[in-house]
Design a protein around this ligand. Structure first.
Ligand code: ATP
Length: 208
């Protein structure tokens, strides 16, 4: 097979705190999988998210287990312990390097919400990141793509071309809101998979 006919192998990566994982994450990942023909999407819960310093988060094992439960019904999805097993802050650049070793033949598409991508200029080694993988920014209620676009215009052309914007059904769901609802005894049903809801209740997460 020559270079013209060889099909690009595409791997999706969805990073996040996932405290807890919810339908906003799953819809963004599924939208990217379908529109970019990704072979699979790996969900990687952060061990220690550098952009949420001092932020109270659940144990990495609980967040990883909830991620496994959430992806179980989609054969294209899987969960990874890459970041929860790595000591120190979970920098995306280190994760992408590790994935490149594991999947040398694949083009990596890192899926984020528009809010997370707006922060990209503050990420460790963002220039290298934008060179070695592509980013897919999913629309998220409250974050306008036009704002993202003007931020991206500050980037040099070769970096900009590796960022794609993607419209997904707007779900005004956040982990922060889910945690607050649990604390206040309000329902979280239909905001996240039932198996994850059961885990949150069984483990008494977010009560305090
Ligand atoms: P928190 O409220 O605790 O900050 P979160 O709901 O934003 O959490 P994260 O785990 O921080 O969830 O997000 C992981 C990734 O998923 C980020 O790139 C974020 O932008 C994206 N994301 C989260 N919620 C949505 C949503 N409702 N729609 C689209 N993307 C989302």
């Amino acid at each position: 097979m020559n270079n013209e006919t060889r099909k690009e192998h595409r791997l999706g990566v969805m990073g996040g705190t996932f405290d807890p994982i919810h339908y906003g994450h799953l819809v963004a990942a599924e939208g990217a999988r379908h529109s970019l023909s990704l072979e699979r999407v790996i969900f990687i819960p952060a061990g220690s998210p550098p952009h949420k310093p001092g932020y109270f988060i659940s144990e990495p094992r609980d967040r990883y287990t909830m991620t496994c439960l959430a992806v179980a019904s989609n054969s294209f999805f899987e969960a990874s312990t890459l970041e929860v097993d790595r000591p120190g802050p979970s920098y995306t650049i280190d994760t992408i390097h590790a994935l490149k070793q594991l999947y040398p033949e694949h083009q990596i598409y890192f899926i984020t919400g528009a809010d997370a991508l707006l922060e990209i200029l503050t990420w460790k080694a963002f220039e290298e990141l934008l060179t070695i993988c592509r980013f897919v920014a999913a629309t998220r209620p409250g974050y306008r793509l036009s704002e993202l676009q003007s931020k991206l215009n500050q980037l040099p052309g070769n970096l900009k071309q590796n960022i794609l914007c993607m419209e997904v059904p707007a779900l005004a769901i956040s982990s922060t809101d889910i945690r607050q609802r649990v604390r206040e005894g309000r329902p979280i049903k239909y905001l996240l998979p039932e198996s994850v809801e059961e885990y949150v209740l069984k483990k008494h997460l977010y009560r305090t």
